[in-house]
Design a protein around this ligand. Structure first.
Ligand SMILES: O=C(O)CC1=CCC(=O)O1
Length: 262
């Protein structure tokens, strides 16, 4: 557990391994989560893979919720954190809004990006009206009021039935986020459209999506992959929006060879 002051806010992160390791992956979390969502994946990855994990602005133990922020801030935070820990170049793997942040890093600092893993994400996520409705709902009634709906999109019916303890834990992770940080992140997603930048991506890209993802459905992620030159698209079976939690073995089986390929 480590903290750094990045762009005037405390950022919570963890570097496991060396900043100059050959196989180094930077993981960026999704809306309503923190870096602990990636932990189940690490049991499945080989030991020679080093990782940088962090909580994005307004989430987890990272600060910044008190002032409104947008996608440019989220991207700048990740770039500055990567520089802070001494990483020159890495694979960037982002889930959902984390995938938008990683696309933003590619646009601003392509020299930092060796490969991209875009997990349950797209160049544009959701409709502005839906984000505005979500922002209004949580301003009025708090995150608890939307938690059941969000869990329906995050996890499959099987997960709901068979992993009730985990479901309760991830539901708490989401509903305990700072409302203002969650709200700014919704606005950042609403205001971001990287569609025109997809054709500029010239590093290897792996796009993955849960077959039952209710937030970024397979057709959306497939369309994003189709617009990136040479990108590979894969579906994860029996999975909602968060494969690193629901199907970490399948995600690792896709990630590992992609990381190791020259
Ligand atoms: O909460 C959701 O609907 C899922 C989600 C959308 C963007 C993101 O990061 O998570």
């Amino acid at each position: 557990m480590a903290f750094a002051t990045i762009n005037d806010i405390p950022v919570h992160y963890e570097l496991l391994g060396e900043p100059d390791a050959k196989n180094l992956v930077v993981f960026s979390n999704s809306l309503g989560t923190d870096f602990r969502i990636w932990l189940p994946l690490f049991d499945e990855l080989s030991e020679d893979i080093s990782v940088l994990l962090y909580d994005s602005r307004g989430h987890g133990l990272t600060g910044g919720a008190d002032k409104p922020f947008g996608m440019a801030d989220l991207v700048d935070d990740l770039i500055a954190l990567v520089e802070h820990v001494g990483i020159k170049r890495a694979v960037f793997c982002g889930l959902s809004v984390g995938g938008l942040i990683c696309q933003g890093v590619w646009q601003k600092r392509p020299d930092m990006v060796k490969k991209l893993v875009l997990c349950d994400t797209a160049a544009k996520i959701g409709a502005p009206d839906a984000w505005n409705a979500r922002i209004d709902a949580i301003a009025k009634d708090g995150l608890e009021s939307i938690a059941d709906n969000v869990m329906e999109r995050w996890f499959t019916a099987d997960f709901h039935q068979e992993r009730a303890d985990d479901l309760a834990g991830y539901r708490l992770m989401m509903s305990r986020q700072a409302v203002a940080g969650y709200s700014s992140t919704c606005a950042a997603i609403r205001d971001t459209d990287f569609t025109n930048a997809l054709a500029t991506i010239s590093v290897p890209v792996l796009c993955v999506v849960g077959d039952q993802d209710g937030s970024t459905p397979p057709e959306l992620v497939k369309a994003t992959a189709s617009a990136i030159p040479g990108a590979r698209f894969e579906t994860i079976e029996g999975c909602g929006h968060i494969p690193c939690v629901e199907q970490p073995e399948q995600l690792a089986a896709l990630l590992q060879p992609f990381l190791k390929k020259a």
